[in-house]
Design a protein around this ligand. Structure first.
Ligand code: UT7
Length: 320
């Protein structure tokens, strides 16, 4: 039994914000952002929410898979920016799409979240508990950015990506994941502070902070090793892989991974230029773009890899 992706969908907010738009409201430039990151524009929410984008992405993925709501056993949303602490975004999706039989819950593994969700679905399938799942990465990161901190806010965007996965004869061939909580503070966003009657402190808003260079070093060393481990486990070589769909954090990270693996950058499709970094949503949105652009053919071997906050990472090799 293997876990196969049988449909993909995504949803981006309507409003495009270019680097030039940002340079009008803060001390930055298209030159700085695009040369250091590869990002040219991102979409930011106005009326859209994490749930509303997730619902659209889910419906597109189900349509692409030819799967109806009553076939879904499990919904997992990877997010750090759900609209509510409770109910979960996955429960909101369940209600909206009418997947009454499904069990629904959210997970938090930051930028690796979609990869972790894929592995959870795979474990449920292997144990025989469930057969069909809807898995998503969805974020409205613009809500947790400090818009006075140019070193972080220019990097991130909003959006949702979904995939329908099913127990099948082919699909996920190997998986690798890990966490390094000891280095977690290099990319952090604190939750609400204690404001109970014992302390009575005013509530500060908390925003995302990042030591970009530490995250960069983590990514360029951890991702190639993780990819090599999944390839070894699957008995494949880098030459056997048609595409490497990586978390979209920075074009220089992607170039460095390509170089370390000795693979042409052409095998690393990107959505970074028009999406920015959308944490857990990056990998499924990129996969949906690849799918809808006709890049993915049955039998192709694809590597997926997510990495970031936690710190966490997860890579998979699958047959399309
Ligand atoms: O999802 C995973 C999460 N994140 C990542 O993977 C991010 C990984 N890290 C990176 O991509 C890079 O470290 C960044 C793109 C975030 C930063 O690039 P950098 O080359 O490490 O820049 P830096 O932080 O060392 O800053 C260099 C300069 C500083 O000025 P001084 O001190 O040299 O005068 C910053 O103040 O660039 C300045 N700077 C900016 N200038 C214009 C920082 N942000 C901006 C900005 N516009 N937006």
């Amino acid at each position: 039994m293997r876990t196969r992706i049988i449909g993909t969908g995504s949803c981006l907010p309507e409003t495009v914000v270019t680097n030039d738009d940002l340079s009008k409201i803060m001390d930055t430039s298209d030159e700085w952002i695009s040369s250091r990151t590869g990002i040219r524009e991102r979409r930011l929410v106005k009326e859209e929410t994490t749930a509303s984008m997730s619902i659209k992405a889910s419906m597109r993925a189900m349509e692409n898979a030819g799967v109806s709501a009553d076939e879904i056993d499990l919904i997992i949303v990877a997010t750090i920016t759900g609209d509510y602490v409770t109910p979960s975004t996955s429960c909101e999706i369940q209600a909206a799409i009418g997947a009454d039989r499904a069990v629904a819950f959210d997970i938090n593994a930051a930028c690796s979240g979609f990869m972790f969700a894929l592995h959870i679905a795979d474990a449920y399938f292997k144990s025989g508990i469930y057969k069909t799942a809807l898995i998503l990465g969805a974020e409205t990161l613009s809500r947790i950015m400090d818009w006075n901190d140019r070193s972080t806010c220019v990097l991130f965007g909003d959006g949702a990506g979904a995939a329908v996965v099913r127990a099948d004869e082919t699909g996920l061939l190997a998986y690798d994941q890990g966490s390094d909580g000891a280095r977690g503070k290099v990319l952090a966003c604190r939750n609400r502070k204690n404001n109970n009657p014992l302390v009575k402190k005013p509530m500060d808003m908390e925003y995302t902070s990042m030591d970009g260079q530490e995250v960069y070093k983590f990514a360029v060393t951890t991702v190639p090793s993780s990819i090599k481990r999944v390839l070894d486990e699957a008995g494949l070589k880098v030459e056997d892989i048609d595409y490497f769909a990586l978390h979209q954090a920075n074009i220089r990270i992607i170039q460095s991974v390509a170089k370390r693996l000795k693979v042409s950058e052409d095998k690393f499709p990107t959505s970074l230029d028009h999406c920015g970094n959308i944490s857990a949503a990056s990998v499924p949105i990129l996969l949906d773009e690849m799918n809808r652009n006709g890049l993915l053919k049955p039998g192709m071997k694809i590597v997926l890899s997510g990495f970031g906050g936690g710190l966490t990472w997860g890579s998979a090799v699958l047959e399309w």
